[in-house]
Write a protein that binds this ligand. Sequence first.
Ligand SMILES: [Fe+2]
Ligand SMILES: [Fe+2]
Length: 136
Amino acid sequence: MLIEWKPEFSVGEPILDADHRHLIELLNRFSDDFEPRRSKAATTDNLVKLFSSACKHFAREEAIMQAHAYSNDYVKHYADHQRLLNEVTLMMYEHQYGLMKDSHALAERIQNWFHDHHTTYDARFHLSVHETDGAS
Ligand SMILES: [Fe+2]
Ligand SMILES: [Fe+2]
């Protein structure tokens, strides 16, 4: 398992927590890629699912931020979602052309994909939304 869900990952919105759990589940499937007999098609399929689920999740999260009139860091948060989608696209190309050979590098990349964004943006979103609710 590359990433384990922890209660502190919760952002206080059940639908977003469910999305984050689903993304973690998809990210953990990449640990199977370290198995020598894993087919190339299975990894491609997982990358496509990750891209699709991430698109849906980011759109939902952005809509909730807007509904809460959450303006702090909205643009940076949105831009980081685009960066994450670009990263998955890059991984698709690298996988297609056989450039993803180092399993340790891939594991670190997968972990960072979730943790860097979650720690920097989604975790702050929790605090800001509840501060905004309390102030209104
Ligand atoms: Fe986010
Ligand atoms: Fe998120």
